[in-house]
Write a protein that binds this ligand. Structure first.
Ligand code: FES
Length: 106
């Protein structure tokens, strides 16, 4: 058994994501939606440091699915929460398609 069913990491600790798209607001909104739904014991929203994808962010990663989202804005948090975390279906329009394995900084 894992402590949480889903674990969401938002890049708020890097130097680029917080500036290019307001990742702190994305983190706060996801946390708020989880709390409003009373799902804090099932879904954990965490701050994360740089994911080496700077320039494509704000980056959000959901585990255990291993789904990566890019260019996430605060107005996208509802779709990630409703469609993915609750509905079990990744939000296609936000999916990240890296150019190569590993680092993809621009
Ligand atoms: S600062 Fe977010 S991926 Fe680097």
């Amino acid at each position: 058994m894992n402590p949480f069913e889903q674990h969401v990491f938002v890049c708020t600790g890097g130097k680029v994501c917080p500036v290019e798209g307001g990742s702190a607001a994305v983190h706060a909104r996801l946390k708020e939606l989880v709390a409003q739904a009373g799902l804090e014991s099932a879904i954990r929203i965490n701050h994360a440091g740089c994911m080496s994808q700077c320039g494509h962010g704000p980056m959000v990663v959901v585990y255990p699915e291993g789904v990566w989202y890019c260019a996430v804005r605060v107005e996208d948090a509802g779709a990630i929460f409703n469609e993915h975390l609750l509905g079990g279906k990744a939000v296609e329009r936000l999916l990240y398609h890296p150019l190569q394995p590993g680092s993809n900084k621009t």
